[in-house]
Design a protein around this ligand. Structure first.
Ligand SMILES: CC(C)(COP(=O)(O)OP(=O)(O)OC[C@H]1O[C@@H](n2cnc3c(N)ncnc32)[C@H](O)[C@@H]1OP(=O)(O)O)[C@@H](O)C(=O)NCCC(=O)NCCS
Length: 196
């Protein structure tokens, strides 16, 4: 999408927001920034991507996310600073299981928005959507056991470690451990941040 194409104005009072960020649907125009993140070792690499992604591949993937959003199987958001609509990261709920009331969270922030609270704030917004809007009971994720920043961020929003998935991820030819974490609706309520 070029800058000339119409796009929704930045809402004054976004439906999904944290203290510093808001969430809007991931759009085709986000794909260049999305790919830049995926292909960065400190961004996509930390989020588990091991194969470089092309813009064409990302665009095809984005088409599939639209189908999932329509069917309610997944919800894919761009994270933006409040008052701006540029992509600074992405966060999703995928594998949405309505029967058992659970879904998997994924997130990465771009290289300029790591380590200063933007991603933690985005998680608060996504949890409010998952628990508050979708009515989920459990939101879970997996994370490499050496991703201390991400684990700390997840713990700050209330995720608890459930266990170690031993030798579940191959990194540089070596099988390594990952951590299974989750937050339940009651835990979210007790850690919920006020929002306007
Ligand atoms: C994971 C991510 C979303 C977290 O969001 P964030 O806004 O960067 O997180 P925050 O800055 O709020 O918090 C990071 C915490 O980790 C701590 N931390 C940073 N590096 C650390 C390290 N090496 N060891 C231990 N703690 C560390 C920070 O001190 C901070 O904790 P504090 O607030 O108690 O001081 C973001 O860093 C990111 O997108 N990372 C790259 C992709 C990724 O790893 N995605 C997750 C894949 S499962």
């Amino acid at each position: 999408m070029s800058d000339d194409e119409p796009r929704a104005p930045v809402p004054e009072r976004p439906l999904l927001h944290g203290v510093r960020v808001w969430l809007r649907p991931l759009e085709a125009r986000d794909m260049p920034a999305y790919v830049a993140g995926i292909n960065d070792t400190q961004v996509g690499g930390r989020a588990g991507y091991r194969m470089p992604m092309s813009l064409e591949q990302a665009t095809a993937w984005h088409g599939r996310t639209l189908e999932q959003s329509m069917s309610g199987e997944g919800f894919f958001f761009a994270v933006c600073e409040l008052g701006d609509d540029r992509f600074i990261g992405t966060t999703w709920l995928k594998e949405v299981n309505r029967l058992d009331g659970n879904a998997e969270l994924a997130i990465y922030m771009d290289r300029d928005h790591i380590g200063s609270g933007w991603g933690t704030d985005a998680q608060h917004a996504l949890l409010a959507f998952g628990f508050g809007t979708l009515g989920l009971e459990r939101i879970w994720l997996t994370v490499h056991d050496d991703n201390a920043r991400a684990i700390r961020s997840y713990e700050k929003v209330g995720f608890q470690r459930e266990g170690v998935m031993r030798r579940s991820v191959r990194v540089d030819g070596e099988l390594t451990d990952s951590v299974l974490m989750s937050i339940l609706r009651d835990e979210w309520r007790s850690s919920e941040k006020p929002s306007g």
